[in-house]
Ligand binder design. Structure first.
Ligand code: GDP
Ligand code: IMO
Ligand code: MG
Length: 417
């Protein structure tokens, strides 16, 4: 059985959570492959609203198992808090499994994240402050501690003590060393609670696929935040592209069937870094308020701009997309004209995403007719206003990928095919 993959193709917050939730009923397992609680995935079903940071977005579909893969970095306290939140909603969290290869985020990683941002001064990345970069840093420096290591907590705590010694010279008056004894105490307690969830991630997932279980893989962040192929260095610290699903879950490329890219009908970005289609005017403000563009994890207002075809074409290529879901089309209702960035220019030359960080880069905008009608009630693409259908057809044609679904509201059912 091949697994299907859903991932963001812009700068994150494309609506991956809502699409995964809506698709999850057709799958037995939803699996996260990377990132940590820097992600914020919101789901709306009727009156129920849920924001998930680390547990996969199939949580509201009670028949699915929820797997946190080896490519993730996970704070113990954050995971327990999220499990408690789900339990308080009456959801069974015995469905949650975490790979023994997943890396633990300790409080000292959050402190190192703040330290690193402070040292960058005005060039700060605008991270979520969740310790993501330092946790992945420990992994590649081969000093990180995995969930598997929690099976022998006292030895894992020895590693923790050694790591704290290693970072001893780093602390400052502004960012002092986190209390080691408190960290040790907390780790002992939380490790005991999480022990039953820890599985051999390879045996678990390959066993499931061999048994014919249907697996939906959920990406976090977005293609332009990929640590290698995003707008480096203004990126997160993990592989967010389709290849990251293979390394993050221990799957070969042939284990993946459909690769479904999620794109907003316009673009947003939170944090620092290049954003060629960004609007600094009243239109950007209008997208922000109509789209309620506020970060789920940090509460920061999201930067807004038009759809970026150059970045989207790049994402189609690096992910090998088989189809797209276009979200938040309803937010574009009422704009007389809709802009789309169709090219980047640098000193008169047409350039691609590799030049995105160049401050002289100029976006080329093409304009398309807008529509005034509300579309939130529409459930068939054929019933959308003509200008909206033309906008969708234009994106499909220029990206060379079919758009299998368009969402027209945050609610699970608000989608048209
Ligand atoms: P994710 O990180 O990709 O899962 O996306 P987020 O949940 O961070 O951000 C997407 C936001 O848009 C959430 O508040 C969703 O409830 C909301 N949303 C998703 N799809 C739609 C849609 O089609 N229309 C509107 N108006 N809101 C949507
Ligand atoms: P979801 O899964 C949007 C951004 C941060 C910052 C940069 C690095 O909800 O789409 P980090 O804390 O990862 O070191 O921050 O990446 N970022 C996101 N932006 N959505 C996300 O996740 C993000 N996760 C990280 O704002 O610019
Ligand atoms: Mg989000």
């Amino acid at each position: 059985m091949q697994a299907d993959l859903i991932l963001g193709i812009q700068w994150g917050d494309e609506g991956k959570g809502r699409v995964v939730d809506a698709y999850a009923a057709d799958y037995d397992i939803v699996a996260r492959f990377g990132g940590g609680d820097n992600a914020g995935h919101s789901i709306v079903v009727g009156e129920q609203k849920l924001a998930l940071h680390i547990v996969p977005s199939g949580a509201l579909v009670e028949t699915t198992e929820l797997f946190i893969g080896g490519g993730t970095v996970v704070g113990l306290a954050g995971l327990v808090k999220e499990l408690d939140q789900l339990e308080s909603l009456g959801l069974d969290t015995r469905r949650v499994r975490i790979s023994d290869r997943a890396q633990i985020v300790f409080p000292y990683h959050g402190a190192l994240d703040r330290l690193s941002e402070a040292a960058r001064g005005k060039d700060s990345l605008g991270t979520t402050g969740r310790g993501i970069g330092p946790a992945y840093g420990d992994r590649v420096a081969r000093v990180g501690i995995t969930f598997g290591q929690l099976r022998d907590v006292e030895t894992a705590l020895e590693h923790l003590r050694r790591n704290m010694q290693r970072y001893q010279p780093f602390w400052t008056d502004e960012v002092p060393a986190p209390n080691l004894d408190a960290m040790i105490e907390e780790t002992r307690l939380l490790a005991a609670r999480l022990q039953p969830l820890i599985v051999d991630g390879i045996a678990y997932l390959h066993g499931a696929l061999q048994a014919g279980k249907r697996v939906l893989i959920e990406g976090a962040q977005g293609t332009m935040l990929d640590v290698v192929y995003g707008s480096y260095p203004y990126v997160t610290s993990s592989a967010t592209i389709a290849g990251g699903a293979c390394t993050g879950l221990g799957l070969g490329p042939r284990a993946i069937g459909r690769v479904i890219g999620i794109a907003k009908a316009y673009c947003t970005r939170v944090g620092s870094g290049p954003f060629p289609s960004e609007l600094h005017d009243a239109i950007g403000e209008r997208l922000r308020s109509q789209g309620r563009e506020v970060g789920v994890t940090t509460g920061r207002p999201r930067r807004c701009g038009w759809f970026d075809l150059v970045a989207a074409r790049y994402a189609v290529a690096v992910n090998g997309l088989t189809s797209l879901v276009l979200t938040k089309l309803d937010v574009l209702s009422g704009f007389a004209e809709i802009g789309v960035v169709v090219d980047y220019r640098l000193d008169g030359r047409s350039v691609g995403c590799a030049e995105m960080n160049n401050p002289r880069l100029e976006p080329v905008i093409e304009w398309f007719p807008g529509w005034s009608e509300e579309v939130g009630h529409i459930r068939r693409i054929a019933d959308l206003p003509l200008a909206a259908r033309n906008y969708i057809a234009m994106l499909e044609q220029r990206l060379g990928v079919p758009i299998e679904e368009v969402s027209v509201g945050p609610e699970r059912s608000a989608a048209a095919r």
